[in-house]
Design a protein around this ligand. Structure first.
Ligand SMILES: [Zn+2]
Ligand SMILES: [Zn+2]
Length: 142
């Protein structure tokens, strides 16, 4: 499988931490739990928002292209789930995995390195826009 060698050009991370700069394990910034993982070589654009079971919201946006997450763009397509990881239905690359027992909710929008775009997931029915609003509301309260 071809590696994605494009450099990460944009990164905005709030309430979360990544083990390495471009991906790998995702930690809740509040309780330090691992809540998921991102394949550092899989994406062009990754937008992940989660609410940890500790109540903290985290948001991760990383991009290798000029593309940014736009709330009006919806892929309306779900990735394929293999071994609890969300994988691209086109090229088979793994994209991300979220430990669903460690989060209250999560949403994502991801563009695979092959250009295919995905959002939502069957077991969590909140839209990314709604989750982002909850995220913003939680930050406003502080
Ligand atoms: Zn937490
Ligand atoms: Zn792909």
């Amino acid at each position: 499988m071809a590696r994605n060698t494009k450099r990460v050009t944009y990164k905005n991370i709030v309430g979360a931490r990544l083990l390495s700069a471009n991906g790998s394990l995702v930690y809740c910034d509040n309780c330090e739990k691992v809540v998921g993982s991102i394949n550092a070589l899989g994406y062009n654009l990754m937008m992940l928002v989660f609410c940890c079971t500790c109540g903290n919201y985290g948001s991760i946006e990383i991009s290798r292209t000029k593309a940014r997450y736009r709330s009006d763009v919806r892929a309306n397509r779900m990735p394929v789930v293999k071994n609890r990881a969300c994988c691209c239905a086109e090229c088979g690359e793994s994209l991300l995995a979220v430990m669903e027992d460690r989060v209250e909710t999560y949403s994502f929008f991801v563009e695979c390195k092959c250009g295919a775009q995905y959002d939502v997931k069957p077991s969590f029915n909140k839209r990314l826009g709604e989750t982002l609003q909850m995220f913003k509301d939680s930050k406003d309260k502080r």
